[in-house]
Design a protein around this ligand. Sequence first.
Ligand SMILES: Cc1cc2nc3c(=O)[nH]c(=O)nc-3n(C[C@H](O)[C@H](O)[C@H](O)COP(=O)(O)OP(=O)(O)OC[C@H]3O[C@@H](n4cnc5c(N)ncnc54)[C@H](O)[C@@H]3O)c2cc1C
Length: 414
Amino acid sequence: MPEANAVVVGAGAAGLSLAHRLAESVPGLRTPSVVLVDAPPGPLRPPPRTWCYWTAEPGRFDAAVRAEWQRLRVRPRTGAPVEGNIAPLRYRMIRSDDFERVVSRDLARSPTVRRLEGTVETVEDVPGGAHVRLRDAHGRTRVPSVRWVFDSRPPGSLPAARTTLLQHFHGWFVRTARPVFDPAAVELMDFRTPQPAHGLSFGYVLPTSPCEALVEYTEFSAHPLTPDGCEAAVRHYADDILRLGERQVPAGETGVIAMTDAPVPRQTGASAFRIGAAGGATRPATGYTFAGLQRQTRAVADALRRADTARCPPPPTRGARASWTPSCSAPWTAAGSTARNCSAASSPACPWHGCCGSSTETPARTRTCPSACARLPGRCCDPPWTCPACPATPSTCPRLPPPGTRRRPHEPAA
Ligand SMILES: Cc1cc2nc3c(=O)[nH]c(=O)nc-3n(C[C@H](O)[C@H](O)[C@H](O)COP(=O)(O)OP(=O)(O)OC[C@H]3O[C@@H](n4cnc5c(N)ncnc54)[C@H](O)[C@@H]3O)c2cc1C
């Protein structure tokens, strides 16, 4: 008998978001029992960071939003800056400490989410679920048995890719002696920073008052930069380009993420899925992850809540990674059987697996996939039905990217 319906591994942005969604009680739907496991304080825990994202709607984590803007500015290397108002969108900033506090407060009230501190060592498929082997802070081993595992641990290595770049973030929370910032506008990308021989760099400024801002240096590079190099770069940006004058730096943030077009394996076992950055939520071209992992965890939570135990929740697919419609994230929960919601809706096994070309695919299941799917063997979770605006099949859709490219039609640039 499983100890819980789901284990969520990791309490970063993805793990906390998923646990928060699963803790919510929705009339008429079940509330799964969840164990949220995070590594004890130490090297496995990521340092605090700041997440920005675009949104037009109020969101479930608004209580953690520190600041928001509607005017954005981009500065080319030379010439006048380009400025725009993004209404009705807002560019929002959340600091991870605030996010953790807000989510933890809500989870503490949940009767269905239990938190554990421990280092997860392995996740192993067993009949009817999975065993999660973890070591607690006292060195004791525990092996909870669960139905589903959603794992946000960073993968040890990245799969081979056409392109992999490292995006470095190195920022200062600056307090200046005189008012130098325009709190109404974000400097989204400032390309006046010295450009590396290989790669790209820019600065950005997230102002919270005329005298306070997060001033950050960003560089895309093939190889890791040194901490001293990052520190020198942000100093140059703050002092020589922005000319902030007298200033204090009470805190900072630093980090590096991978930007890759590698296909990230999102399912690691019959009952185990990856979520968050580990599950492909990072947008390869920009590194933005927070909005993507919200779409992804919403899709996972919806499916888990609706599915009975004979069906599986959706893997965080490429569709969930950049999906603009919830229907493509949980196709078989939608009523009816169209190409967009995968025709095997009533199958006792997970229809998505069948039509996504995973190891559980069978010829019979393949035949139940919609005809559009059959024309894209192994790619039936890609267009056309991740594209809500386009009912055409792959062969007729003028908006689909040429074969072999990954970008979705109608994909927003940001
Ligand atoms: C400095 C910085 C700034 C960024 N800014 C933005 C931004 O503005 N907008 C945006 O969209 N994205 C941004 N990103 C990218 C992205 O949002 C983050 O990388 C995001 O934090 C990923 O969240 P995650 O939950 O997937 O992974 P993580 O935050 O890495 O969480 C992984 C979790 O797993 C836990 N863990 C690890 N190993 C184990 C183990 N063995 N057992 C148990 N638990 C374990 C860790 O403790 C952690 O809680 C930024 C990244 C950085 C580094």
